[in-house]
Design a protein around this ligand. Structure first.
Ligand code: SAH
Ligand code: ZN
Ligand code: ZN
Ligand code: ZN
Ligand code: ZN
Length: 420
């Protein structure tokens, strides 16, 4: 889809030079598209680009994949193979072509219902960054939104949540929640019909399936029969908040436009799952949001794993525009309700009388600094030359421009300690 317009800031110059680059791949190794805004592009170069794009399309369209799936499930277990190298379900006539590839045999219906387990997670940090919810967190999210009365979930970059909903819907008769997955990972088109999955880029709000896919999404957002919709998204953490926010606003607008009356001033309910150090960036774009203390855990993210011994705390939180007091966090995991703040907080999060709020962001108990007039991390000390609190061994650097990720001075986004 469309590229994004960036600006290359250069020192000493007021205005940087603007250029277009790929919206989804922040690593030039993944996509080397680059074009100065004011650059003239020759016919031959345009043609070469189009040629390149034509040659890099997926082998099958979504529709074709749906047809293949129908044939695949008719096969006896012994003939159901999945090529691990091509990440593709194979029909018997294709075995030959993949004969020197690794493959899995006897693919069961259960496996087909949990594609996120069958496919390997794309861990490329800068592009896909697929970090899958731990079962505990996924179950928590699903129960939470059901308890809140939602019956439809727009799953944007949350394949595992989508899969949990889909598989419950097919197994339990009373389960009446529906989900539509929007994701850039086209491998999922092998497992879901066109009204269950749209190939979508959340950095530029691009539906690869064109108007038809748009319409599927629009239909889904239309709350006929009073089925209330919530959007749940868990974007790659390296993603530009600005680009994401702009897409999410467009999805919210789609929701708003599905109904003529009554929604003018309302926002589509949303859970945006993202690390706590992006709080101020998210609030810049969505002032109605608040950050919940719940720590979202992942399966394949070593750092963020939940465990009794030597637990590394997950920095990932839920940002929502729903009333915080309605988001009930599990008491058995130590969360408690703060009556002053009117929200659930983590066990270590003490209510600060001076700030008049439960101020911890990372779950540890924070301490109040009278000079900074706010609570800070327990490991920080007030530095008189910087005139703010920082780690004891910080270097008193002065840079004007803060990091794009955490907003702090002294480093750039690529070197942000929050991300490493
Ligand atoms: N925790 C979630 C997965 C989050 S990982 C779960 O378990 O369901 C981030 C997800 O965003 C991945 O599924 C990835 O494919 C998707 N993604 C990455 N870049 C994207 C983009 N530009 N547009 C849409 N989805 C994207
Ligand atoms: Zn293969
Ligand atoms: Zn409080
Ligand atoms: Zn305080
Ligand atoms: Zn201080």
């Amino acid at each position: 889809g469309p590229a994004l317009l960036f600006v290359k800031a250069s020192q000493g110059k007021e205005e940087g030079r603007r250029f277009y680059a790929c919206s989804a791949c922040r690593d030039r190794k993944d996509c080397n598209f680059f074009q100065w805004e004011d650059e003239k592009v020759s016919e031959t170069r345009l043609a070469a680009r189009e040629e390149y794009n034509r040659n890099h399309q997926p082998c099958y369209t979504h529709r074709q994949n749906v047809g293949r799936y129908k044939n695949f499930v008719l096969l006896p277990l012994s003939k159901r193979r999945f090529c691990q190298e091509c990440q593709q379900l194979l029909l018997p006539e294709e075995w030959e072509k993949h004969s020197d590839h690794q493959f899995l045999c006897d693919i069961t219906t259960a496996q087909l219902k949990s594609p996120s387990q069958l496919l390997y997670p794309l861990e490329n940090k800068k592009t896909n960054a697929q970090y899958l919810f731990a079962d505990r967190s996924c179950q928590f999210l699903l129960n939470l939104l059901i308890d809140l009365g939602f019956r439809r979930v727009l799953s944007v970059g949350t394949p595992r949540l989508h899969e949990m909903i889909q598989s419950k819907a097919s197994q339990e008769e009373e389960f009446n929640v529906r989900s539509l997955l929007l994701d850039i990972d086209f491998r999922y088109s092998q497992f879901y019909a066109e009204n269950e999955f749209c190939h979508y880029n959340m950095f530029n709000h691009h539906f690869f399936g064109g108007e038809a896919a748009h319409e599927i999404c629009r239909k889904f957002l239309n709350e006929e029969n009073g089925d209330r919709v919530i959007m749940v998204t868990d974007p790659p953490f390296g993603g530009l908040v600005e680009a994401l926010a702009s897409s999410f606003k467009k999805l919210m607008a789609m929701w708003r436009e599905t109904e003529k009356e009554g929604r003018d001033n309302r926002e589509m309910p949303m859970f945006w799952i993202f690390p706590y150090f992006f709080e101020s960036r998210i609030l810049d774009f969505f002032p109605s949001f608040s950050m919940m203390d719940y720590q979202v855990d992942y399966d394949n993210h070593a750092l963020y794993k939940h465990g009794k011994t030597g637990r590394r705390q997950s920095p990932v939180r839920i940002f929502t525009n729903l009333t915080p007091s309605m988001i009930v966090l599990p008491e058995e995991e130590g969360y408690r309700f703060c009556t002053v703040c009117q929200r659930y907080v983590s066990s270590g999060n003490q209510h600060c009388e001076i700030c008049n709020s439960c101020t911890s962001k990372d779950g540890r108990q924070w301490k109040h600094c009278v000079l900074c007039k706010k609570c800070v991390k327990p490991s920080w000390f007030h530095c008189n030359s910087c005139n703010c609190c920082a780690l004891q061994k910080h270097s008193c650097e002065k840079t004007d421009t803060g990091c794009f990720v955490c907003g702090k001075a002294g480093h750039k986004r690529s070197a942000c300690p929050s991300l490493s």
